[in-house]
Design a protein around this ligand. Structure first.
Ligand code: TNX
Length: 512
């Protein structure tokens, strides 16, 4: 009984330090291989340095930024010399070759913590793993007592998929730069590498386009429910792109076309077939708007918008939407998409779109994002037959805006209720039998914002499902298991609390 109470920290004089050493087996997403070294523990000394080589200083500075506030240690970022024998080392040499472009090798001995990788991205993901191996108090932003112990052993890890994404709808409700940065921090903790921003919809246009200023001055002036809306200046947007890049996250900007365009049509009468601007829209219906496919000005508009967006986008993809074009005929949809897709290519970018884009011609490298709820879909099959790659975002599994249960105060339920186990228990490679595993580039968890108006709402819907989807995207299917996942997930709870995240305490999870 004493042991149990001690483990719960309830016995005076118990040694919480040893009880608090986090097992190497508790990481989310679960790593490819974990070899604990029984009886070995590393304790971070107050005088430790973070030793880096030529390409790893930025990751070292990032790690110092996480560890300094809670430890109170100076943790200088230094240049490594020789083989490090103490402190923390981040090295772009000597990693097991199996780690590939984004993997890492983490070694914990009694004297030194070493992360090795072939790229800075790999080191960054190793740092996210290391972060979870420290006691949860490491996440505090004020000095905590320690000691800062890490269990000994080796982890060798690499991602399953190259595309590991989250999406945020900043159109239905607008979220400012600070909220988006915090979401970037959240998703980077779970090794996601892509943030798709849904920048335009019927209710709002959220990115400045110099050639069409009314898109934001008019089209950005409201949101669902009639609030003031908002938009990003180009400088703000570039700041977001840089913040994401520093966390090895690529931003994929989306301009949704030809439907979901009421904000643009309301901003410029001449974009409408009848030259009459509709009113701004603050409801939540879909499928009622369309760009005017028969007008030349439409193509001037789209080309200028995509050119300006491409110039702001270091990443490879421009997402052109293409979903729910219910007010565009099938023939017009194909005409429109076949004409505008090459604009992305001409601007040096690859087309990404919702899977309805399978109706239009293939373009080199094109990605179809599957958001259906069925296990066969003609547009998705067409996309795959034409050579598209696929990102899986099945709405009944991966949508973070669906309610967890009927009692969830936020969110929608059109695709079903999504408890954590439902979000976790599917395999991207086999969900849609007609799509070969080789076509699947990755997984993305979209968050639509019809009902979400503030950061706390985003966090409540993302936690704990975003880490569940992240494990699908990162970990090998053979290593995934709900019964062990729910325990690892439950152990994350106190970290989220320390980070100020109020998450959904799913009854399916044994929260620590
Ligand atoms: C469907 S998913 C939409 C969005 C909505 C979402 C709400 C998709 C490509 N289109 O317009 O916001 O459902 O869950």
């Amino acid at each position: 009984a004493v042991t149990i109470l001690a483990a719960a920290g309830l016995v005076a004089g118990a040694t919480p330090a040893s009880a608090a050493v986090v097992s190497l087996q508790s990481v989310v997403p679960v790593p490819v291989t974990v070899q604990p070294a029984t009886g070995v523990t590393y304790t971070l000394p107050a005088g430790a340095a973070i030793q880096t080589d030529a390409g790893s200083a930025a990751v070292g500075t990032y790690l110092a930024g996480i560890l300094r506030p809670s430890t109170g240690y100076a943790l200088p970022v230094t240049t490594v010399s020789g083989t490090p024998s103490s402190g923390i080392a981040l090295l772009l040499s000597g990693a097991d070759s199996s780690v590939g472009a984004e993997g890492y090798q983490l070694d914990v001995t009694a004297s030194v913590l070493t992360i090795r990788a072939q790229t800075a991205a790999g080191l960054f993901y190793g740092v996210q793993t290391l972060r979870q191996l420290f006691p949860g108090a490491i996440e505090a932003r004020t000095v905590q007592p320690g000691p800062w112990e890490v269990a000994g052993g080796r982890i060798v890890d690499r991602p399953r998929y190259a595309y590991r994404g989250a999406m945020l709808d900043v159109s239905r409700h607008f979220f400012g730069v600070d909220v988006v940065k915090r979401y970037i921090d959240h998703i980077s903790q779970y090794k996601l590498n892509t943030l798709h921003l849904h920048l335009s919809d019927d209710q709002g246009w959220r990115i400045v386009v110099d050639a069409w200023p009314r898109l934001t001055s008019v089209g950005g002036s409201t949101q669902v429910g009639g609030g003031p809306g908002g938009f990003y200046t180009k400088a703000q947007y570039s700041d977001l792109v840089a913040y994401a890049a520093a966390r090895h996250i690529t931003i994929v900007p989306e301009i949704d076309m030809p439907g979901h365009t009421n904000a643009a049509l309301a901003s410029y009468a001449e974009l409408n077939c009848d030259n009459v601007a509709p009113p701004l829209y603050t409801g939540t219906a879909v499928g009622f708007s369309s760009l005017c496919v028969g007008k030349e000005l439409t193509y001037t508009f789209v080309q200028q918008v995509l050119n300006e967006l491409a110039a702001l986008t270091p990443g490879p993809y421009l997402h052109i939407g293409g979903d729910e074009a219910n007010s565009t005929s099938d023939a017009d949809y194909r005409t429109f998409m076949n004409r505008i897709q090459p604009y992305a290519g001409a601007a040096g970018k690859t087309v990404m779109g919702w899977h309805q884009l399978g109706q239009a011609d293939h373009t080199p490298g094109r990605i179809a994002q599957f958001w259906g709820t069925t296990t066969s879909d003609p547009d998705l099959s067409a996309a795959v037959a034409k050579g598209d790659k696929v990102v899986m975002s099945p709405a009944n599994k991966a949508y973070l805006d669906m309610k967890y249960t009927n009692e969830t105060p936020l969110g929608l339920s059109w695709a079903g209720l999504i408890e954590v186990q439902t979000a976790y228990n599917w395999d991207p490679a086999t969900l849609v039998p007609g799509v070969p595993a080789s076509a699947i580039l990755g997984v993305e968890a979209p968050m639509w914002s019809e009902t979400l108006t503030q950061l706390a709402h985003i966090e409540f819907m993302a936690f704990p499902r975003m880490p569940a989807i992240a494990e699908l995207a990162w970990s090998p299917q053979s290593a995934r298991n709900w019964d062990t996942f729910k325990v690892r997930l439950g152990a994350q709870g106190p970290r989220w609390t320390t980070q100020g995240i109020s998450f959904y305490r799913s009854p399916q999870v044994p929260w620590a």
